[in-house]
Design a protein around this ligand. Structure first.
Ligand SMILES: [Mg+2]
Length: 158
């Protein structure tokens, strides 16, 4: 957290969280199945359904971060990592940019969780994830955006 003032608006001090950026991965086993995680979130004191994601290490390329986080959190390695979208998840307090990717050609392997991560891996039907978003069961913003963006682009192409 950093206190910042701007010369053209000196009367106000902004509280800003500086963030290195992050990568979000939509892992497709095939066109109908998505790998998701049940992730225990300390801030919420509960487990929520999300797509795998993580913070860029210093100097790390976002694609490399996406590949690394996918394997750490789900065990899967991606043969292809395709850019899907970019977003500012919290521009009111934080300069974090999230880069969203679609991962394909997945090979199963071993997870390697970070300290403090409590994650269970699951496979869901793509359409069931959309239903869970539509009815409010899934409320994780990056997961909603990635799924809806992919679905929109898929419709656009067909
Ligand atoms: Mg992680």
């Amino acid at each position: 957290m950093e206190a910042v003032t701007f010369p053209d608006y000196p009367g106000h001090e902004y509280q800003i969280v500086r963030h290195p950026g992050s990568a979000v991965i939509l892992p497709l086993l095939n066109e109908d199945e998505v790998v998701v995680i049940h992730n225990w979130r300390a801030a919420l004191e509960r487990e929520i359904v999300e797509l795998p994601a993580g913070t860029l290490e210093p100097g790390e390329d976002p694609v490399e971060c996406a590949k690394r986080e996918l394997t750490e959190e789900t065990g899967y390695s991606a043969g292809r990592m395709e850019p899907l979208a970019e977003m500012w998840p919290s521009p009111g307090i934080c300069d974090e940019k999230m880069r969203l990717f679609v991962a394909r050609d997945l090979t199963e392997g071993r997870t390697n969780f970070d300290e403090g991560e409590r994650i269970r891996v699951a496979v869901m039907r793509f359409d069931d994830v959309l239903v869970a978003i539509a009815n409010g069961q899934i409320q994780d913003a990056k997961t909603m955006v990635a799924m809806l963006m992919y679905d929109a682009q898929r419709r656009e192409r067909s």
